[in-house]
Design a protein around this ligand. Sequence first.
Ligand SMILES: *Cc1c(COP(=O)(O)O)cnc(C)c1O
Length: 461
Amino acid sequence: MEYVSTRGDTRPLPFDDVLLDGMAADGGLFVPRAWPQFGTDDIAALGDLPYDEAAVRVMAPFVGDAIPAEKFRALVSQSYAEFGHHCVAPLRQIGPGEWLLELFHGPTLAFKDIALQLLGRLFDHLLAVRGRRATIVGATSGDTGSAAIAACGGRENMDVFILHPRGRVSDVQRRQMTTVEDDNVHNIAVEGTFDDCQALVKAAFADEDFRRTHHLSAVNSINWARVMAQTVYYFTAAASLGAPNARVSFAVPTGNFGDVYAGYAANRMGLPIGRLIVATNVNDILTRFFASGAYRPGSVSKTLSPSMDIQVASNFERLLFELVGRDGAAVAAFMAELREKGVFTVPSEALSTVADLFTAHRLDDAGTVAEIKRVNDSTGVLIDPHTAIGVNAGRREAGCPMVALATAHPAKFPEAVEQAAGCPPPLPDQLKSIFDRRERYEVLPNSREALQEFIRQRARA
Ligand SMILES: *Cc1c(COP(=O)(O)O)cnc(C)c1O
């Protein structure tokens, strides 16, 4: 399998280059040159397989011969071996024809583990093959840093530096990151805000010399391998509910558009899908886009669903590429327009090609709390605020069986859950133990020089 850029300006690259580069040289995102196709028998067979077996089958065409088949199989199995549920991504019924797809059984109790556990291993393997090391640097507002740390911790060829704003993340969030024992994990508490942390990371990457010397890299949500790993559970869930003979819809709590785009990819690979329902909080650029065709970032508001507090949905460019008939120059022109005017508008003919597949709904914090309460009252199941937004959006669409993606364990967002349900969610074992363990982190001033000196002394690359 070869990959091309959404901006059309690069030569096709194999999977290993795409994984390690992350972003295309022309500023675009990598997409497969053609969609691999799964026939009805291939899809039906997935319903009876263990998750890791199904995952190997769904992902193998994307990897091609970049990794030997046996090695790839082993990396996939290791990625999911320690999930808290042996089905990895089990379905749970919450109503007639209404299901939760629980994606939060990984080490940090959020759906990002499903892709990042594999990405960390793929990175490490491909670095070893090339005799290289990489330095992963990232910033977190609290809820996603732990998944990156869990993915990179203990890997032979990677060091990971994660910045968080000192005193501005919850105790649980901080401890999930700082109690990891691996020597290659470096937590940095910055005297500043999350925006300061992000600006520091950007500045470190912008320093060309520094970036090259220490082989700086990111495991962010635009990496193709993350999308690839997320296509798997659309197949396994649909196959469990009768695909390819039955058509299933998915409601997806959405921020960067990576997760719901993986559903689109599964559809292009042959999986029958009724609707893909894009569920957003009040940061609703995507809801507005699907209603009007205009993509116009606004300012970001803080909500009870912080992992979706985003105004520029980076993976959206991949869908845009398909909407304009895979014309990279047209995508590049839209992106230039966005930079210059703060908005671009996709013609209605282009939007109409996906009008039957995508719908979008938004929900504010009051609605989110009410939805957590409703689900708890009617089923006894506690859901987290992100999941609640998806469940609510799914209920607004009728038709085929509805699978709402449950993207975080309720215990990760105890305040919102307690506000809605009247009691805090019980702490799972993974979270209990972090209160007994030693924390390791370094406090640094809000200074690029201090950050670079810190990395220089510790990075092995
Ligand atoms: C990251 C995240 C999302 C949004 O996923 P995208 O792929 O960015 O759209 C939703 N819920 C939770 C809990 C997340 O961590």
